[in-house]
Design a protein. Structure first.
Length: 132
């Protein structure tokens, strides 16, 4: 199990990332709200979602507010930091640390929108200006 080096937290699984993405997008939610949101992606039982957030609590990936009758969960890990850790992990494991190889494969996958390509070009331009 891969850990966030700074906090010793485990890297989230794919299912846990689905929960975190919903919490990052919507803010704190109850299990019922999480279940409704996640069920739009795939068929999940309420108890499956409940168990997932309980496990995520144990791992330190989410926090729970028990002040109300329905517990409210929020992401305990920052979106940017989590994405950065996931990319670093993928970069090291699959691409031997080569950012260019990662980018080439990402672009070859054909999922980059014109806006994505513009943002990438801007980053490349900034990197070039920084080296001049």
């Amino acid at each position: 199990m891969s850990l966030y080096p700074s906090e010793g937290l485990p890297m989230p699984t794919d299912a846990e990332l689905s929960v975190l993405r919903l919490l990052w997008a919507k803010g704190p939610l109850t299990v019922r709200q999480l279940h409704e949101g996640l069920s739009k992606e795939r068929d999940l039982g309420y108890t499956t979602v409940l168990k997932a957030v309980q496990v995520m609590m144990e791992k330190g990936l989410v926090d729970r507010d028990d002040s109300e009758r329905s517990h409210v969960y929020r992401a305990a890990v920052a979106e940017g930091e989590t994405k950065g850790k996931l990319v670093s992990d993928l970069l090291a494991k699959a691409f031997a640390g080569s950012a260019s190889d990662l980018l080439v494969h990402a672009l070859k996958a054909g999922k980059a929108s014109p806006a994505d390509l513009d943002a990438i070009q801007e980053l490349l331009d900034e990197a070039r200006r920084g080296r001049s």
